[in-house]
Design a protein around this ligand. Structure first.
Ligand SMILES: C[S@@+](CC[C@H](N)C(=O)[O-])C[C@H]1O[C@@H](n2cnc3c(N)ncnc32)[C@H](O)[C@@H]1O
Length: 305
């Protein structure tokens, strides 16, 4: 069974102020964190959210021994407030968001997340919205380049975007193998530590699933639902994602956001949380050796005042 990232750290920081409260796992995935939290807190209830029906199916199976304490909800965590309302929950005792893609999604060849398997270029976590193939087919060269640069930090973003536009005028780029071939044609002959397709695939996945859209609002909504002394823990895997979390926490901690030089603060900053992680918590060397995916994980935690 796949090991959840920063599990020991999550168990340490996500202690609910009430043992019989409700905790939200906003990205239940394969249910690894949820299982450990339910085991650790025998009276805790858990609301498990995921946008991916396949993830909900798998976690439902894994969490069967705790079925009387778990409620599952399919949706995007950006819809948190509506989901809480639908389930009659007014206050929560903690929330975890372990952002990004799960190993199950990456390993399922048919879903097109990975350049390691040839499959339709889909990459959608849910079944709604446009696919990666739609983006590759329709986006202007400059938009493709911006996505590859911003979401993938791909140093050859412009050249890959140009190669995609040229290649798609000859034949559609609708499989992972064809996209990987186009990327290789640009990067041929260059030394690489990682597969030449890694950064482009990551960028397209983030764009396809609009992974950064609504993250800040989600954090505001989650904090508004927390009871006093309850905590929010967010694990991110990408620097842009981590920056959004860091800035949202700072703002909620009451940091003034007025433009520099204002004689008097006009933004009305008020502290709602105490941020518990000045620097983000990262995985130990030992965890990274066991689970290489944890290398880029950054955990930030805040407590409601
Ligand atoms: C890294 S995995 C979570 C793994 C989980 N913590 C575990 O222990 O198995 C991330 C999960 O979040 C889901 N996800 C990503 N973005 C989401 C969003 N905006 N709303 C809800 N779920 C999302 C994905 O479908 C995926 O199943």
């Amino acid at each position: 069974m796949h090991e959840p990232v920063l599990l020991k750290e999550i168990l340490e920081v996500l202690r609910p102020p009430r043992e019989d409260g409700t905790l939200v796992d906003a990205t239940v995935g394969l249910g690894g964190h949820s299982e450990a939290l339910l085991r650790e807190h025998p009276r805790l209830r858990l609301l498990a959210i995921d946008r991916d029906p396949a993830a909900l199916e798998q976690s439902r199976e894994r969490l069967r021994p705790f079925a009387d304490r778990v409620t599952f909800a399919r949706g995007r965590h950006e819809e948190l407030i509506d989901i809480l309302k639908q389930h009659g929950i007014t206050e929560i005792s903690g929330l975890l968001a372990d952002l990004g893609v799960s190993s199950m999604q990456l390993d399922d060849a048919q879903r097109g997340f990975s350049f390691r398997h040839d499959a339709p270029l889909d990459m959608r976590m849910g079944s709604e919205g446009v696919s990666a193939a739609d983006l590759v087919r329709t986006l202007e060269e400059s938009d493709l380049a911006r996505i590859l640069r911003d979401y993938g930090e791909e140093p050859m973003a412009k050249r890959i975007a140009r190669a995609i536009v040229e290649a798609r005028s000859e034949a559609p780029i609708d499989t992972t193998a064809r996209l990987a071939e186009v990327i290789r044609s640009v990067k041929r002959g260059r030394p690489h530590e990682i597969d030449p397709s890694t950064l482009t695939f990551q960028a397209l996945r983030i764009a396809t699933n609009e992974e950064l859209v609504g993250l800040e609002t989600f954090i505001d909504d989650a904090v508004s639902a927390l009871e006093r002394e309850a905590r929010i823990a967010v694990i991110s895997f990408h620097s842009l994602e981590d920056r959004i979390v860091k800035q949202a926490f700072r703002r909620l901690e009451g940091e003034c956001t007025c433009p520099p030089g204002m004689p008097v603060c006009g933004c009305g900053a008020v502290a709602i949380v105490h941020v518990m992680t000045g620097r983000p918590v990262t995985a130990s060397e030992e965890e990274i050796a066991r689970n290489p995916r944890s290398r880029s994980a950054k955990l930030r935690v805040a407590e409601k005042l």
